[in-house]
Design a protein around this ligand. Structure first.
Ligand SMILES: [Zn+2]
Length: 320
């Protein structure tokens, strides 16, 4: 059974409707969504590095103490899947599976059980807008994929606020010197750590390059105050430099040990001058560089500009 058919089955059994291409977790198969007794319910699929999950999301009226929801769920022992997160207006449950999806009726039943469990400590929606709590809002609207009761007026307000946030972000004057100083500092520290760790374990730990990439990116971003072209250019350069510096330290330490010579600036200089020769002899030298670049790529991706955008979509109209 493919995901679409599966979600259709879950929807039928749970009293929801299946909406292809829509829902909080993306994907073509979409989600089963709807409202039961005032509670917004969503069932869909989410894939991450660790595997595939059937996701269940329940939404209720905003409350002060989400801990109550947590303990309410924990008090009923549910053995299928696990609690993934609780917020002040939602509960998310994930059911990890390897090859065969859990039975549709079991998922529907689980969603129902979760709703029953939190019912004593939560309140369902009552056909009014969640934000202003006054305008009559009978149908759900997807806000960036999340089914919400939000009136037209509040949608406009959210849009304006996000536009303002985007304008404010644009207005930040980036501090380039600070970014450069913190970036170089991070690269130096990262390189030193890389060299020392490599020496300690007698092995160049390539994934360290990715960590360095993150570290350098964090330093540059903290210094400049925002994502800039300048940062996007110096982050990869500093990351690669940091990895090479780390390698130089590693080889210096090796030479010191093998030749029984103390550390000196002269020795480090010799190593740095001949670094390329040394690197190109072994396979790990080139690999270091490649991983350094991968690290920089990751870093750039993680430090891309924040998105200030709210997309509102009616249910059942994925292209609206
Ligand atoms: Zn409203």
């Amino acid at each position: 059974m493919n995901e679409k058919e599966y979600l259709q089955q879950v929807a039928t059994r749970a009293g929801l409707q299946h909406y292809p291409q829509q829902g909080p977790w993306g994907g073509k198969s979409g989600s089963a969504m709807g409202t039961r007794d005032g509670y917004v319910m969503v069932v869909g699929f989410r894939r991450d590095r660790r595997g595939a999950n059937v996701m269940i999301l329940l939404r209720f009226k905003k409350l002060e103490q989400p801990e109550l929801v947590k303990s309410a769920v924990k008090s009923v022992t549910i053995k299928k899947g696990k609690l993934s997160a609780v917020g002040n207006d939602f509960l998310r449950w994930e059911w990890k599976y390897s090859f065969t999806k859990p039975k549709a009726e079991e998922v529907a039943k689980l969603a129902e059980n979760l709703r029953t469990a939190i019912k004593p400590v939560t309140t369902g929606f009552d056909g009014r807008c969640e934000q202003c709590a006054s305008t009559s809002t009978p149908s759900l609207t997807l806000m960036n994929g999340l089914p919400t009761y939000i009136c037209a007026g509040c949608q406009e307000k959210v849009r304006l606020e996000l536009n303002q946030a985007a304008v404010n972000y644009e207005a930040i004057t980036p501090n380039y010197p600070n970014g450069l100083v913190l970036g170089i500092g991070a690269a130096a520290l990262g390189g030193l750590a890389w060299g020392l760790v490599a020496y300690a374990i007698n092995y160049i730990f390539l994934y360290g390059a990715i960590l360095i990439g993150y570290f350098v990116a964090a330093g540059v971003l903290k210094g400049t105050g925002k994502v800039t072209r300048f940062g996007q250019i110096i982050i990869p350069i500093l990351t690669v430099a940091s990895v090479l510096f780390g390698d130089a330290i590693f080889y210096t330490l090796i030479v010191m040990k093998d030749q029984h010579v103390p550390f000196s600036g002269k020795l480090l200089k010799v190593i740095v001058v001949h670094l390329w020769e040394i690197e190109s002899k072994g396979s790990s030298g080139v690999l270091s560089l490649v991983f350094g670049l991968v690290g920089a790529g990751y870093a750039l991706y993680s430090e891309r500009k924040p998105k200030f955008q709210a997309v509102f979509q009616p249910l059942g109209a994925p292209n609206a």
